[in-house]
Structures are given as C-alpha cells and as structure tokens.
Design a protein. Structure first.
Length: 229
C-alpha cells in the first residue's frame, strides 16, 4: 500500500517558528514518530512525504537516522493541505491503485490502524478513520447564540489515515480546483463529488498535534506506551 504523509504545514496554531513536525517529543521529532508507526505497519510498502523543500535537509537527516526499509520519496508541498495532497497524488507511481493519506502531525496513530485502513480500502472506494464525538456539540451563530444541538449519535471526529481509490481521488481533487472548493480533508472532496466514504473506527489517542497542549499530551501517551517512568 502506498502512503502519502502531508508534512508541509507551518504550525501556526502551535506558535512555532518552523515546521512543527520538526519539534521534539519524547526525544524524537514528531515526524519521526509518524514514520516509525508507518514503517512498522506490514501493509505499507512505499511512503511519500509531502514537505516544503526548505525542510528537506532536516527530513533527510531524520530518514537516515531511522534507517527506513520502505522506499521514501520527498514531494514538494503546496500552500494548503489540499494543495499538498494534490501534489502528492501526482507523484504517486503508476502502480498505486489505492492510497492512504496520513497527516504527519498525527504521530500517535498505531501500525494496527494503518493496517486496518489498508485492508478496508480493498472493499470500498473511500474511507476515513474517525471516532464518535464524546461532547455535546452546539451550532452557534456569529452573535454567540446557539442555533441547534445536532444528534451526537451521528457525529464522528475525522482523523487520518484516510484511504481512497487513486483514480477517483485524483478526479475529486481536479474537480475541487475547478470549482474552487476549499476543504480540510480529502474525504470532503470525495463527499462533494457524491462518492461514498466509509468510517473505520479510529483511535482516541490518534490526536493531531495542533497546539502546545497537544505536545504535553503526546509526551504522556508515548511515555505510557514505552513503559517509561
Ligand atoms: N500547506 C500544508 C499545510 C498542512 N499540511 C499538513 O497537513 C497536516 C494537518 O495540518 P495542520 O495540523 O493544520 O498543520 P499546520 O498547517 O502545520 O498547522 P496550522 O494550521 O496550525 O498552521 C499536517 O501534517 C501538515 O504538515 C501540508 O502538508 N501542507
Ligand atoms: C485531515 C484532518 O486531520 C482530519 O481531522 C484535519 O482535517 C486536518 O486539518 P485541520 O485544519 O487541522 O482540521
């Protein structure tokens, strides 16, 4: 299975002055934890890291230290996640019929989650890992007044990996560019084009490291997993 890792962001919400994926958590850069999990997933045979050329030297150093056995390619990122994934899709080898896309910033996803998504994508054209929402969610207007309370049983928080038939996802991205759609994940493009996207049970710990608080939570989760004091 081919895996694309969008890793070309700037980390604005992290308050970082460089790509947040180079920040260190539990003695390793965030992107290194993501790569280690992907590499440990038996179903993943090729990895494309979509990143800004400015960061390539740092990424190369990390790759050399990790001694990855799967082939890894660096692909130039775009100015949004959507553009970055578009570039990643163009760089896939022709042999890639399905693809998994996983945010570099979700460094706590387990190899089991990669494997279960890789298996599930053989049986449907699109899927995402997601978890049921635990909070009561409110729809609020611009004056701070609640408009509605959606039924929580229908709400799921989207994660990655997200998996797709490559040909269809390419079509959806092209349509997105044509129509000027701006979306935060690939499933949204698939949905807008009318293709079905299945939900695969994600992981509560598969958080996206977005703010400084998330770094502390990730430290704690990794420490617990590694059985450290
Ligand atoms: N132009 C971009 C923007 C984001 N990403 C990637 O998409 C994932 C999810 O994005 P997010 O967590 O929002 O990352 P940033 O864009 O770095 O953060 P922020 O929005 O706070 O600036 C990350 O792995 C990020 O590196 C990307 O490949 N290309
Ligand atoms: C793809 C994603 O990780 C799903 O949760 C997410 O949408 C990435 O972008 P965001 O803007 O940080 O939500």
């Amino acid at each position: 299975m081919h895996l694309l890792i969008p890793a070309a962001g700037s980390g604005r919400r992290m308050g970082s002055d460089r790509n947040k994926l180079l920040l260190v958590v539990r003695s390793k850069p965030i992107i290194a934890w993501t790569l280690l999990a992907a590499e440990a997933a038996s179903q993943i045979s090729w990895i494309g890291i979509i990143s800004q050329p400015l960061d390539w030297q740092d990424f190369q150093t990390i790759l050399t230290q990790l001694k990855q056995s799967s082939p890894v390619e660096l692909i130039p990122g775009g100015s949004t996640r959507q553009e970055s994934v578009y570039n990643g899709l163009q760089a896939l080898p022709d042999s890639a019929k399905e693809v998994l896309i996983h945010d570099g910033a979700r460094c706590l996803a387990t190899p089991d989650l990669f494997n279960s998504c890789a298996q599930a994508i053989q049986h449907c054209p699109g899927l995402i890992a997601a978890v049921p929402v635990k909070d009561t969610i409110k729809v609020v207007d611009e004056n701070g007044i609640i408009q509605s309370t959606p039924d929580r049983r229908q709400l799921w928080a989207a994660q990655t990996p997200q998996g797709f038939d490559v040909k269809l996802l390419k079509q959806c991205h092209t349509e997105g560019v044509r129509q000027g759609w701006e979306v935060t994940d690939d499933a949204a493009l698939f949905e807008k084009c009318g293709f079905p996207v299945r939900v695969v049970e994600g992981e509560e710990t598969n958080l996206k490291l977005t703010t400084p608080q998330d770094l502390a939570i990730a430290e704690f989760i990794l420490k617990t997993r590694l059985g450290e004091q």
